[in-house]
Design a protein around this ligand. Structure first.
Ligand code: HEM
Length: 444
């Protein structure tokens, strides 16, 4: 499975949800729990170790149906993990996502006091995720998870969010999602960009060398090794407002599609501007072998095809000359749509809550998720773009327009409103299967 000089990952100890791409299509559910009785919480961990699927299990009879378990830092403390061990976990994880709101741009309507309860509250202790290829099998996955928390009065389910990915993987703004994924050395799972050298396993799995040559593992090793971190985010999408912005800033329907592509960096079909700069190429958008194999710097340093400020070039500038080292800021990204789609062509909001449930996974919360969110999404200094924000996911305040590089004159669009509002989120640790047992064996 691993090439010469590559690290060998202990796949049978690593949660499958960290490394395995989700099936297409799929249904998923996020269940959050509060632990009132530490003994019951530890029992939950012990039982969870038996229902969580490992990364070695990809050919199991249950196929693409699996369960993951994540815990917050308040959970680890409640279960009795000693302070000396807690202090070795990532600083951002120990703070919790709500405490990091300002740095993440979660201000105004996105600020934690406006989050959906109980997200952001210290009572969120455990998050169980079940994934399956369709809603029927999802119930099978949930049934598989149930023995972990059934009949434990000291563990209470406090939140559930169902979500799904369509066969086209289209998210609510109408773009194909789930396209670009990094390759992880030693995982056996190929990335989607053949021009990207696989990333060191330690970028995503704790206990292995990372891109800087170091090995970060929360202590003791039995707890930290083979684990990872996840930043969960529930992001509400203002679909009608997004559609109106495209319409109001374009001259006709084909110009509207061009603007939509210039904002994202891909046509809605998934075809990248880097490979299809003038018009959409739906066959390219549907081809997993071609649609993500490209770089920016050689052919398009100034962004005439793919603007430096568009969503995908910001969040992964690839080989673009930007301040910093791009490979230190990569993430494994799992997004699923929640809420009903807004009917085609509707330009008025219907009041429904719809958006994306994300899990951004990596071993370095600070230099991965937090960096991308604060420096690349909510700032443009890194590529010389002033104070503009990501046109899709940024915390825009209606003051800064969007710039499309163009010869002889750049094109300026109207000031961007905020299209995405944070409904909540949490930083979690994804323990290894043996660490779940270790947590289960803790004593008061
Ligand atoms: C509701 C908000 C968001 C929407 C609608 C959205 C949509 C998309 C779409 C359509 C793509 C292109 C398809 C793909 O590569 O899978 C994409 C790529 C990506 N997004 Fe987002 N996104 C959102 C928020 C975020 C946030 C908050 C982050 C990071 C903090 C992020 C990070 C990424 C990354 C890393 C890629 C891959 C870029 C590449 O490698 O080319 N996205 N997103």
């Amino acid at each position: 499975m691993s090439g010469p000089g590559e690290v060998t990952l202990e796949l049978d100890d690593i949660q499958r949800g960290i490394l395995s791409p989700r099936p297409t299509p799929y249904a998923a559910t996020y269940l959050a729990f509060r632990v009132d009785d530490p003994a019951h919480g530890r029992e939950l961990m012990r039982r969870a170790s038996a229902v969580v699927t490992s990364a070695a299990d990809s050919a199991s009879p249950l196929g693409e149906t699996w369960v993951s378990v994540a815990v917050t830092s308040t959970c680890l403390a409640a279960l009795g993990v000693p302070r000396s061990s807690l202090d070795t976990f990532a600083w951002e994880f120990r703070q919790g996502m709500a405490a990091r709101a300002k740095a993440l741009g979660d201000v105004g309507e996105s600020s934690p006091e406006n989050w959906e309860a109980p997200l952001g509250n210290p009572e969120v202790h455990v998050v169980i995720t079940a994934v399956a290829p369709d809603p029927l099998l999802l119930e099978t996955a949930v049934d598989r998870a149930r023995p972990a928390y059934d009949n434990l009065p000291g563990v209470t389910a406090i939140w559930r969010q169902d979500c799904y990915a369509l066969p086209t993987e289209t998210e609510h703004f109408g773009y194909r999602d789930g396209v670009s994924h990094p390759a992880v050395e030693g995982s056996g799972i190929p990335g989607s960009n053949q021009l990207e050298v696989p990333l060191k396993a330690g970028e995503f799995i704790l206990g292995y060398p990372d891109e800087l040559g170091g090995t970060q593992t929360p202590l003791p090793d039995a707890l930290g090794r083979n684990g990872s971190y996840a930043a969960f985010r529930k992001l509400h999408q203002r679909v009608a407002e997004f559609r109106r912005y495209l319409k109001d800033n374009s001259t006709d329907p084909s110009d509207e599609e061009l603007i939509a592509a210039k904002i994202m960096g891909r046509w809605r079909s998934g075809a990248p501007l880097a490979l299809a700069p003038r018009c959409d190429d739906p066959a390219l958008g549907a081809d997993p072998h071609r649609r993500n194999t490209f770089l920016y710097q050689r052919d398009d340093p100034a962004g005439f095809n793919t603007p430096g400020g568009c969503h995908i070039r910001r969040v992964n500038p690839r080989d673009t000359s930007v301040a910093g080292e791009v490979r230190l800021h990569r993430m494994i990204r799992r997004g699923a749509v929640y809420g009903p789609p807004l009917a085609d062509g509707v330009l008025e909001d219907d009041g429904s809550d719809r958006g994306l449930m994300f899990a951004f996974i990596g071993a370095h919360l600070g230099r991965q998720f937090e960096f991308v969110q604060s420096e690349w999404i909510n700032d443009s200094i890194f590529f010389g773009g002033g104070d503009a924000k990501d046109p899709v996911a940024g915390s825009a305040d209606g003051t800064t327009g969007y710039t499309i590089p163009r010869r002889p004159l750049r094109r300026r669009l109207a000031p961007l409103p905020r299209f995405v509002v944070t409904r909540g989120g949490e930083y979690c640790f994804l323990p290894s299967l043996s660490a779940l047992r270790w947590l289960g064996d803790l004593r008061d």
